[in-house]
Design a protein around this ligand. Structure first.
Ligand code: BES
Ligand code: MN
Ligand code: ZN
Length: 510
């Protein structure tokens, strides 16, 4: 495989636009823009900006890109005007997308030294702007996996400068953005890998590499240890495959952390989901190589959390397996016993994610976590409900769900709460076991979540269904087709925000 991402040198500058020496100067322009804060911009483009605005070639619509053919006065070789939409609707995520769009445009033109300009917007602090623009610039230096042997070498950004007032005070924010951007790319790289290149054993090896560089403690449980722990749900799913399962445990235990709080992050790591004996149709089955996106997000987020020294103890748990229809595979109607002792009647072997999460959530509780978040490409039903842009949030109590929603908002990972009323449990009733693993077509994303909830004990718990958001079917100016890295930035923001939620009382389950 060819390298799919590379981290450019990133720096801050407060120099005037005309003084920035680069190949491409990226400037956001709004729909209703007076340009008063960038007086030298119009001249800097030799009048081209003004003419293009007059003719309607530049309207400032989100993601529109206009590159000037020659810049007269500035040291920049070219100026890219990137549409940022309405000014009053501009969020930190708009800035992140402008940075990605600008960075990708530079690479398409084989330009490698980029500067991105921050134009003050109300409600976005310089600090947050520096962070998200660094994130975006780094996310622009990413391509999907390629196994083509005849492709010309890729062009990568060598350096990125973020132009912002008060640069000297913003280095910590820039560094935060650099690490978060890099770790988002790690998750995207893993999720793009084909199933034969990323088996459970290889997935675990990759995580060990990341952990070593980030200074995380890591433990990889093999099939023997998983058996000793009697994880019948994980073992049940793994039975149909020649590849043995793994259970990964990553720990971040900083000295300065509150001893009473441990954030548990659990990610679904199905490296390929055929559906098992309840086999999926052939069409689009190839997409199921991304069924470990939740696990990849947890591994990448833990890596970032360690590198950033987030002030909270975190434990990441990722159950890894294939879901295959082998001769020893579980069959519809089989009964499995979870490590916790609960019995499950497997009515559909394609509802495997909730099974492996059940044992993993239980294990996270055994390790002493106090707050739980799980991420999984769990249900097609969630894609029907919320589409490809929004992650479903399920959990209890609602105050804890709100913490995750706020973190996802800061991260630019759109998410929205869904109900987990106990009434839905009716749909999981089994005649012969504690519950079934499928609740029928109605409210499929909710019954999936409720199954997982059975293994969260009394802890505050949130389940993020990323089935729709983990993979981009259509390329966008700010997102190449393929893995999105959804969830990584949300989990990092949540861990960084621990001082603001660790003292809250979430004991009252709703
Ligand atoms: N990995 C799939 C969910 C999925 C579907 C992710 C489409 C991304 C796109 C999951 O394991 C699955 O197969 N879920 C079943 C559950 C059903 C059998 C209750 C589904 O959604 O059909
Ligand atoms: Mn499945
Ligand atoms: Zn699956």
């Amino acid at each position: 495989m060819q390298t799919v991402h590379r981290t450019p040198a990133v720096a801050l500058t407060s120099r005037q636009l005309g003084e920035i020496d680069c190949d491409l100067l990226v400037v956001p322009v709004f729909e209703d823009d007076d340009l008063v804060d960038v007086p030298d911009l119009v001249g800097a483009t030799g009048g081209e900006l003004g003419r293009a605005r007059e003719s309607g070639e530049i309207r400032g619509k989100a993601s529109e890109v206009f590159v000037t053919t020659a810049a007269a006065r500035p040291k920049a070789r070219r100026v890219a005007i990137v549409g940022a939409g309405e000014k009053k609707a501009c969020t930190a995520d708009t800035l992140r997308r402008v940075a990605i769009t600008g960075g990708l445009s530079a690479r398409q033109r084989r330009l490698t030294r980029v500067a991105i300009v921050f134009r003050p917007v109300s409600k976005i602090s310089n600090e947050h702007a520096a962070q998200v623009m660094a994130e975006g610039a780094i996310m622009a230096n990413f391509d999907g996996a390629s196994y083509k042997t005849t492709e010309p070498p890729r062009v990568w950004l060598d350096s990125v400068e973020v132009r912002i007032e008060g640069a000297s005070e913003l280095n910590a924010a820039l560094e935060r953005g650099r690490i978060i951007g890099e770790c988002t790319n790690l998750a995207r790289e893993l999720a793009n890998e084909p199933g034969n290149e990323l088996t459970p054993r290889i997935f675990a090896d990759r995580a060990v590499e990341f952990a070593r560089t980030a200074g995380l403690t890591i433990d990889v449980l093999d099939e023997q240890r998983i058996e000793e722990l009697k994880m019948g749900l994980l073992l049940g799913v793994a039975r149909g495959s020649q590849e043995p399962p793994r259970l990964l445990v990553m720990r971040h235990e900083p000295a300065n952390a509150d001893q009473g709080v441990t954030l548990g992050l659990v990610g679904k790591g199905v490296t390929f989901d055929t559906g098992g004996i309840s086999i999926k149709p052939a069409e689009n089955m190839d997409k199921m190589k991304d069924d470990m996106s939740g696990g990849a997000a947890v591994i990448a987020a833990m890596t970032a959390i360690a590198r950033l020294g987030a002030p909270v103890r975190c434990i990441g748990v990722v159950p890894m397996t294939e879901n295959m229809p082998g001769g020893r595979a579980i069959k519809p109607g089989d009964i499995l016993t979870s490590a916790e002792g609960k019995t499950v009647e497997v009515l559909n072997t394609d509802a495997e994610g909730r099974l492996i999460l059940g044992d993993a959530l239980w294990y996270a509780r055994q390790l002493g976590v106090t707050h739980l978040v799980d991420l999984a490409t769990l249900t097609g039903a969630c894609v029907v409900a919320l589409g490809k842009t929004t992650t479903g949030l399920f959990g209890t109590p609602s105050e804890w769900v709100e913490q995750i929603r706020l973190a996802s908002d800061r991260a630019g990972d759109r998410s929205w709460p869904m109900p987990v009323f106990a009434d839905y449990m009716e749909q999981l009733k089994s005649e012969i076991a504690d519950m079934t693993n499928t609740g029928g077509r109605a409210a499929g994303a909710i019954t999936g979540a409720l199954f997982v909830k059975e293994f969260a004990g009394d802890l505050p718990w949130v389940h993020m269904d990323i089935a729709g958001t983990a993979w981009a079917e259509e390329p966008k100016p700010y997102q190449p087709k393929g893995a999105t890295g959804v969830g990584v930035r949300t989990l990092v923001e949540l861990a960084l925000a621990a001082p603001s939620w660790s003292k809250l009382d979430f004991s009252e389950k709703s």
